[in-house]
Ligand binder design. Structure first.
Ligand code: ZN
Length: 157
């Protein structure tokens, strides 16, 4: 599926958003350093950091130093720098906690596990095989659409 990322500890929100958009994103709790870059390179991931001094340790094209402060600007920066267009069909296919791809789960099997009004409202549910969390299409969709719309004026020339 195209780009995969490794994100350092200063970009936790960005990591979550990349997962929402469907990108395989490793979140590194430690600070970005040589071993972070090595791990990213070994796994074929593009490293994302706010630490400018890492740029000289990394081969070109394998690292993006993110400058925007707000997560919406950060997403724009990453997507533009790497000329990526996220596939809408991939949105909300990954667990935000674990980065695992979620599985479809039969509606009857989530009865009692999600709030009743949610159960009534949605025909389809997904479950993360790693943490067993249950998600439904409405979980983040409105947030995503708003943020992606807001992204345009945030772009720099
Ligand atoms: Zn999970």
């Amino acid at each position: 599926m195209g780009a995969r990322f490794a994100v350092d500890c200063n970009l936790g929100k960005l990591a979550k958003w990349l997962r929402i958009l469907g990108y395989d994103t490793l979140y590194e709790r430690g600070n970005a350093d040589r071993s972070f870059l090595r791990k990213a390179a070994e796994e074929g991931r593009i490293a994302l950091t706010r630490k400018r001094d890492l740029a000289r340790l990394s081969p070109p094209g394998r690292l993006v130093v993110v400058k925007a402060d707000h997560v919406v600007g950060q997403i724009g920066e990453v997507l533009e720098t790497l000329a990526l267009a996220p596939d809408p069909a991939r949105r909300m296919t990954r667990c935000l906690r674990c980065n695992e791809l979620m599985e479809e789960v039969a509606r009857e099997r989530v009865e009692g596990l999600v709030p009743a009004y949610i159960y009534e409202r949605y025909p389809r549910f997904q479950r993360c095989p790693c943490c067993n969390g249950i998600f439904w299409p409405g979980t983040h969709r409105r947030h995503i659409e708003e943020a992606l719309r807001k992204r345009s004026p945030d772009r720099r020339p």
